[in-house]
Design a protein around this ligand. Structure first.
Ligand SMILES: [Zn+2]
Ligand SMILES: [Zn+2]
Length: 467
């Protein structure tokens, strides 16, 4: 007997937690954090209490109340006996928080399968930020927390596209897809009732649409009994965007000026990172990154497939922010940041400002106090290369950003393309694959698939669907 139960990603964008059961084998497809559900109860100064372990998360429904899933230390804190793990594995599609982060709570003996590149990204994310109970994917410290405790490492199994592996009665085939983070995968899973396909997050207008095509073709070929498809932008009408367009627009913006240029984008989006890195090189500018993002370069440059430059690349400059004494004294930099101090390519804001036509600053809004140290004169350019604000918090943040732009007389440009497939591309993909049954996830408009899917299930959370 084979079944699917959806514990997240239902009528919401992200938070995917899909339980696939086949005979005695149970695997979760992603175990992500639901931002919308979390934000319906919590905000900046009201958060689930780390001191209460998993209890606040369970009570408020941020993680499903299921047996044999969670860490021994968290169960003990919750007044429950530690439970034998009853999940055989997690299959992680990619490193985004809405798919990966709540693996943090899962039992230490449940192995997690992920792409080799995905593993590198999670290592970079762990190194650049403080430990946090909602982001302990690769390792965790048992609670109650003691700083001296050694972290407990999870069992991570890396895969690459084309690999096949067995978990109990299942055989899993990961296939690369294009998305706004590298090392993203869809899965074809061979169950005892027939193959099922899961898209993860996909798009067809990025740098590598052929990867998503590979997934669609393979899924079509196996004639799946079930297709679990993302539908983030299913009702979106935008058709013109592409990574190539971002490259062309932004290259024009940079090459037209001999003034300072700032580019603001999400560093995990390696396609975008490479778009701006290449623009910098082609326009005779060095690419300035902040220390925090240098961790991404350090880890991702290890994967030759990605072509990401390392921190000591001749075209990379690391921005050294003013701290402590305000004198850029060695003593002002602590911990991991110290490794960047003695590098020949670490520059202060003042040094960057002296070479306005020789740098492309990818330091982002959160480093804008650098503009004060640069004594920025009007006429600099700022390229906003992320999505427009869609909630109240982001709108306020945009007003603040605009205030900085106006204060320093900068010119603002917008250039972006989404990490998710256009509505029509999704409809075409689902039609092409032609699965026996469609289960839309990761969308607020699952019914929009009715146009192309004869048999589809509008999923209800926590309900078991037999295949
Ligand atoms: Zn997602
Ligand atoms: Zn994603």
């Amino acid at each position: 007997m084979t079944s699917l139960t959806f514990y997240g990603g239902v009528n919401e964008i992200g938070g995917n937690k899909i339980l696939l059961q086949d005979k005695d084998t149970k695997v979760f497809l992603d175990f992500g954090k639901s931002f919308s559900r979390r934000a319906s109860y919590f905000e900046e100064y009201l958060n689930p209490r780390t001191s209460n372990g998993i209890v606040d998360f369970l009570t408020m429904g941020l993680v499903p109340n299921i047996k044999g899933a969670y860490r021994d230390d968290l169960m003990t804190m919750a007044g429950r006996k530690p439970e034998e793990p009853d999940i055989d594995a997690v299959l992680l599609t990619h490193a985004h928080a809405d798919h990966a982060d709540y693996i943090s709570f899962l039992h230490e003996d449940i192995p997690v399968h992920m792409g080799a590149g995905c593993h590198l990204i999670l290592k970079a994310l762990a190194e650049r930020a403080q430990r946090n109970i909602e982001k302990e994917i690769l390792d965790y410290k048992p609670r109650p927390y003691n700083a001296k405790d050694e972290p407990i490492t999870r069992k991570i199994n890396e895969f690459r596209t084309g690999d096949k592996f067995k978990i109990g009665s299942l055989e899993v085939e990961p296939i690369h897809v294009d998305h706004s983070v590298p090392s993203a995968y869809g899965f074809i899973i061979y169950t005892s009732e027939g193959p099922i396909a899961y898209t993860g997050d996909i798009r067809l207008h990025g740098t590598h649409p052929e990867m998503t095509q590979d997934f669609i073709e393979k899924a079509k070929e196996v004639k799946p009994i079930a297709l679990i498809s993302e539908g983030t932008r299913i009702s979106d009408k935008e058709t013109q965007e592409s990574e190539k367009k971002v490259y062309e627009e932004s290259k024009k913006t940079v090459s037209e000026t001999s003034n300072l240029v700032f580019a603001d984008f999400n560093f995990k989006d390696v396609d975008r990172l490479m778009t701006f890195f290449n623009i910098a090189k082609e326009t005779g500018r060095k690419f300035v990154v902040k220390m925090n993002d240098a961790f991404f370069l350090k880890h991702l440059s290890q994967d030759k497939h990605l072509n990401v430059p390392n921190i000591d690349d001749e075209d990379i400059i690391i921005y050294l922010p003013k701290r402590g004494s305000g004198q850029y004294s060695d003593k002002d930099y602590k911990g991991k940041d110290r490794e960047f101090l003695d590098m020949h390519n670490t520059w202060t804001a003042e040094q960057i400002a002296q070479r306005p036509d020789k740098v492309l600053c990818a330091i982002g809004f959160y480093s804008f106090t650098a503009l004060i140290d640069m004594q920025l004169k009007s006429g600099a350019r700022y390229i906003h290369s992320s999505s427009e604000p869609y909630n109240e918090e982001q709108k306020l943040s945009k007003e603040r950003l605009d205030a900085w732009i106006n204060h320093f007389g900068m010119h603002k440009f917008q250039s972006h393309c989404s990490g998710h497939a256009r509505g029509q591309d999704l409809l075409d993909a689902v039609k092409e694959i032609g699965a026996k049954m469609l289960y839309p996830v990761h969308t607020e408009h699952p019914d929009a698939y009715k146009k192309v899917a004869k048999n589809m299930t509008i999923v209800e959370e926590g309900r078991r669907y037999d295949l």
